[in-house]
Design a protein around this ligand. Sequence first.
Ligand SMILES: [Zn+2]
Length: 77
Amino acid sequence: MDAEDFDQLISSLTPREENEEFKLYQNTVAVACPVCEEPFDDLVVCKGASTSLDQTEPLGLCLTTQEERPLLFTHKH
Ligand SMILES: [Zn+2]
């Protein structure tokens, strides 16, 4: 994903949570996931090249990168 697409995507989303490892955005307007083209629930922008996340429920995940930072798109089916 290039920087322009990323900025456009982030501008449509609602920031929910931020810590040292990641920033989480909620997709309140049903933006399509750039990977599978289905609307996603949340976007997790990792701040480093690697991170670990605690999952509290089973989720579908799509993964891409933006300037080597992992972007995780979650789908709650
Ligand atoms: Zn997806």
